[in-house]
Design a protein around this ligand. Structure first.
Ligand SMILES: Nc1nc2c(ncn2[C@@H]2O[C@H](COP(=O)(O)OP(=O)(O)OP(=O)(O)O)[C@@H](O)[C@H]2O)c(=O)[nH]1
Ligand SMILES: C[S@@+](CC[C@H](N)C(=O)[O-])C[C@H]1O[C@@H](n2cnc3c(N)ncnc32)[C@H](O)[C@@H]1O
Ligand code: SF4
Ligand code: SF4
Length: 321
């Protein structure tokens, strides 16, 4: 079992399989980065799988594939099947923009993927075009329909932003509710890669909008999720994620792996240790040591909550969110 120095069990690994993306979301990657990680520096699926096996043997129970856009990586279903065949009980999930999901959902489900979290920021084609800088909405919604049809469990993530999609909070919730998709509203996190004009809604503003329309109870946090959950009288549950807070850090159970093999103990800090050399040499013992060291050095909590209004220099597309 992987236990950090604050007695937290680390059993959730988020794996970014690529930093590339077919969208240019205003809040994440409005411009194509100056340079991508060179292809030869990326870990192959075989190499990533070698590390997945080590992590699973050490007690990891939940693996989330993310990115950039994970569906851009060819043969993703084969990678998922490798993990599933090794340990079918893993909570195997993916975070995706859903653009390519219509043609891939069935294969991913057959390979062993259990659930997906999809970014649904808007239901208006023109706003989707503004946010992603591409005409994406039709594909995204068809992708969600297909995921539901093949039996994948779906959650939605929405980042509400003033003058863009803030007036659609109720509409997105309604869309999700009708499909039994739990939606989480994520506070926009200022970061040095995002468009400068963006202004996100704070959780208090979100709650005011939702309270004007619905009654709901406050359920607090659920396990290790950073989402604060609320339940409506008919049982529908939605969440609010405040990435700047640190109250959920007490239950933190996660580490992150980037596509080039950097293992990140905490989203806030820049520290990371590479597993690349060990994995490329097939040195399971050395890779396991890096894993245990990263868990050992996990900080207690993030420090975004200071008065300085700190801007994150972490690229979401690199860490996978
Ligand atoms: N500050 C902080 N925010 C996080 C962390 N993990 C996730 N988030 C935020 O939550 C958002 C949604 O995460 P998802 O990729 O949907 O994954 P998840 O919330 O772990 O999903 P579930 O397994 O379905 O609970 C991310 O984009 C971040 O904004 C974390 O460790 N720290
Ligand atoms: C980086 S994306 C990667 C997966 C996939 N491309 C997607 O968009 O779902 C993961 C999550 O990060 C969130 N995200 C990206 N930039 C953000 C920001 N500045 N503030 C809050 N959430 C952000 C997205 O909304 C998405 O839910
Ligand atoms: S949020 Fe996801 S879809 Fe949007 S640019 Fe970032 S990685 Fe791509
Ligand atoms: S900010 Fe760091 S300590 Fe807090 S939940 Fe995220 S990864 Fe864990």
């Amino acid at each position: 079992m992987l236990i950090d120095s604050y007695d937290r069990v680390v059993d959730y690994l988020r794996v970014s399989v690529t930093e590339r993306c077919n969208f240019r979301c205003q809040y994440c990657m409005p411009e194509k980065p100056f340079s991508w990680v060179p292809k030869e520096n990326l870990l192959s699926f075989e190499e990533l799988f070698l590390f997945m096996k080590i992590a699973i043997d050490e007690g990891v129970k939940k693996i989330r594939i993310t990115g950039g856009e994970p569906l851009l990586r060819e043969d993703l279903d084969k990678f998922i099947k490798m993990i599933y065949d090794y340990e079918p009980n893993i909570d195997l999930a993916m975070t995706t923009n859903a653009f390519l999901l219509k043609g891939t959902a069935q294969r991913l489900k057959d390979a062993g993927l259990k659930r997906i979290n999809v970014s649904i920021d808007t239901l208006k084609p023109k706003i989707a075009q503004k946010i992603a800088q591409k005409d994406v909405l039709k594909n995204v919604l068809e992708g969600v329909d297909e995921a539901l049809r093949v039996g994948l469990k779906v959650k939605a993530n929405m980042v509400p932003m003033k003058s863009l999609n803030a007036d659609e909070i109720i509409d997105v919730l309604r869309y999700c509710k009708e499909r039994d998709i739990s939606v989480r509203f994520i506070e926009y996190m200022q970061n040095s890669f995002a468009s400068k004009e963006i202004e996100g809604l704070k959780s208090a503003e979100l709650l005011d909008i939702l309270r004007a329309k619905y009654e709901f109870s406050d359920d607090g946090f659920d396990g290790s999720s950073p989402s604060h959950y609320y339940t409506m009288s008919d049982g529908y549950r939605f969440g609010i994620i405040e990435p700047y807070e640190d109250d959920f850090c007490k239950q933190c159970n996660r580490i992150r792996l980037t596509a080039e093999g950097n293992l990140i103990p905490c989203l806030y800090f820049d520290e990371a240790m590479s597993i690349s050399k060990a994995i490329k040499a097939g040195d399971i013992k050395a890779a396991g040591e890096v894993l245990r060291e990263v868990v050992r050095t996990k900080p207690e909590k993030n420090r975004w909550g200071g008065d300085e209004g700190e801007i994150s220099s972490r690229a979401f597309y690199e860490t996978g969110g």
